[in-house]
Design a protein around this ligand. Structure first.
Ligand code: AHM
Ligand code: MG
Length: 338
């Protein structure tokens, strides 16, 4: 008990390391943790009440929205609007970016981009899902509505990013560019407690995570890399273990703790891959780099890509340094081939 530190305490403690910090970012993070608790409560009872299942509407990607997607989106949006630290949000579940109307919000300096409930199709089968968020300083003038340019910034401009994993236990993991820190939710006291300070990914790993059902459609370099992962070689401890949950936050969280590589390449049918640059790839890339690993589209750093549209997709590879380096060799030797 003596070492117990809550998320709130930890954020304030870290904020004191930056003399110029005014507490706005701390307040913003605490609104995210509040919404996460509400979403956690609903997810935990998803099997008990008739809350799962499509709500009818489709999101901009043409996927059926689940009721909990809507619930999560509404709660995160409301929590962020209420604290007056954010002038607008963009969400995987909203067609357009949202600028908050209130004067206090328009005077705020941050925007948040989020995937409020990633992997939501997994809820019906009781598999872990997550919330992913990304925070930027606005570019448009303070005191005006948020503009599209505020949301279309490269990932290198992120002030903070993180995720909540609603799993066998619920955790919030975030970075502000000074390491990656994880907090486990204690439902009995309703508090996120510091459980993983300064998380780092092993430089090498032995797990690869990919939807191998799409194998025939992958680029040749990725196909060859997968075969490399499967070949027996005692020196490099191959074959590697294949683990794929199909819920990005869960697959990422496991690989972060254990070492590994996550791959969502382009396919012949989806030349840009499936995952979204702004809501999924950039925040995860910031965490991964802060944890000592890499995140790329197979060629360049994810965070250096200049976004052109809100719901943009990119091929996504992230994980232990040496595994990403090896993957890049295979991609370089087999460019643009399927
Ligand atoms: P979603 O945002 O619609 O939930 O989709 C994203 C999810 C990720 O969590 C996961 O990595 C990926 O989709 C799995 O896709 P697939 O089923 O094609 O393997
Ligand atoms: Mg998603």
């Amino acid at each position: 008990m003596s070492n117990l530190r809550t998320l709130g305490e930890f954020i304030v403690e870290k904020q004191n390391d930056f003399p110029a910090a005014s507490g706005e970012l701390s307040s913003l993070l605490s609104s995210i943790s509040l919404a996460a608790k509400l979403v956690n409560r609903e997810i935990n009872k998803a099997g008990l009440v008739d809350i799962t299942g499509a709500v009818g509407a489709e999101n901009i990607q043409g996927e059926a929205q689940q009721k909990l997607d809507v619930f999560a989106n509404d709660n995160f949006k409301a929590a962020l609007e209420a604290r007056d630290q954010v002038c607008g949000i963009a969400s995987e579940e909203e067609d357009q970016a949202v600028s908050f109307d209130k004067e206090q919000n328009q005077n705020a300096k941050y925007v948040v981009l989020m995937d409020p409930l990633d992997g939501s199709s997994n809820i019906d089968v009781n598999v872990s899902v997550g919330t992913i968020f990304s925070i930027y300083r606005r570019i448009s003038p303070i005191g005006s509505p948020a503009q599209e340019e505020d949301f279309l910034q490269p990932g290198t401009e992120q002030v903070a990013s993180g995720y909540v994993i609603y799993g066998s236990s619920t955790m919030l993991v975030y970075t502000t560019g000074a390491g990656v820190h994880g907090f486990t939710y204690d439902p009995s006291i309703g508090v996120f407690c510091l459980s993983h300070e300064n998380m780092t990914i092993p430089q090498d790993g032995f797990i690869y995570s990919i939807n191998e059902g799409n194998y025939a459609k992958f680029p040749l370099g990725v196909k060859k890399y997968i075969k490399y992962c499967q070949v027996e070689d005692t020196e490099t401890q191959r074959p590697y273990t294949s683990r794929y949950i199909g819920s990005l936050v869960s697959d990422f969280h496991r690989n972060l703790l254990m070492g590994g590589i996550f791959l969502y390449p382009s396919t012949r049918s989806y030349p840009k891959g499936k995952l979204r640059l702004l809501y999924e790839c950039n925040p995860i890339a910031f965490l991964m780099e802060q944890a000592g690993g890499k995140a790329t589209d197979g060629v360049q750093r994810i965070m250096e890509i200049k976004p052109t549209e809100l719901h943009q997709r990119v091929p996504f590879f992230t994980g232990s340094n040496s595994m990403i380096d090896t993957l890049h060799e295979f991609i370089k030797q087999n460019p643009d081939e399927y």
